[in-house]
Design a protein around this ligand. Structure first.
Ligand SMILES: CC(C)(COP(=O)(O)OP(=O)(O)OC[C@H]1O[C@@H](n2cnc3c(N)ncnc32)[C@H](O)[C@@H]1OP(=O)(O)O)[C@@H](O)C(=O)NCCC(=O)NCCS
Length: 153
């Protein structure tokens, strides 16, 4: 089941991010706040009553017809079943009704799973995926990889 998150989902979203070992782990407050304040631009997926994946996003203030996807995470034992792609499709379908025509996100050059996931979503919607330099490693600090800006339009 795909649905908007609530504040009560914040703790599970935090756990999924923590357990991914890949995503930048933010405070539990950040995930709870996202469920409370940015539900309309976010998605969770449940399996047997438990949240097993999430997408957090916001409508870009400088570009309100774009959804900016902040993080995507799926529990390791639920991967490879199309859940991430289906969450992103659910989000794009929901937001199309609000005039959103493009998706933007950042991906580091070494995250092939993420590049493939967004590539598959673009392909299956008949849209294009493009990338450009965005946040350099020196901006992000502490040995962080750069984050390139990817656009599905
Ligand atoms: C990236 C992640 C969200 C993908 O979740 P998922 O539910 O397994 O992805 P899906 O099953 O929806 O796959 C979507 C597409 O990406 C491809 N893909 C996903 N993970 C892949 C991997 N590790 N290697 C190669 N291809 C991969 C799938 O084959 C599919 O493409 P297809 O339609 O051509 O077959 C998951 O691996 C994860 O949580 N990783 C850790 C967190 C992370 O890196 N998040 C980054 C943001 S996406």
């Amino acid at each position: 089941m795909f649905r908007e998150p609530t504040a009560a989902d914040g703790q599970r979203m935090w756990e999924i991010a923590r357990d991914s070992g890949v995503l930048d782990l933010n405070s539990s407050y950040a995930y709870v706040l996202w469920g409370a304040e940015f539900a309309g631009s976010s998605v969770v997926v449940e399996s047997e009553g438990r949240v097993v994946g999430f997408v957090t996003g916001f409508l870009r203030p400088s570009e309100p017809d774009s959804i900016f996807v902040w993080q995507v995470g799926v529990d390791a034992d639920q991967r490879g079943k199309g859940l991430a792609a289906r969450m992103l499709h659910a989000l794009l379908d929901r937001l199309a009704e609000r005039g959103v025509v493009r998706l933007r996100t950042t991906i580091s050059p070494d995250n092939e799973a993420s590049q493939r996931t967004f590539g598959a979503v673009a392909r299956d919607r008949g849209m294009t995926l493009s990338s450009e330099d965005y946040l350099s490693a020196d901006l992000l600090g502490e040995g962080h990889e750069p984050e390139d800006l990817y656009t599905i339009a």
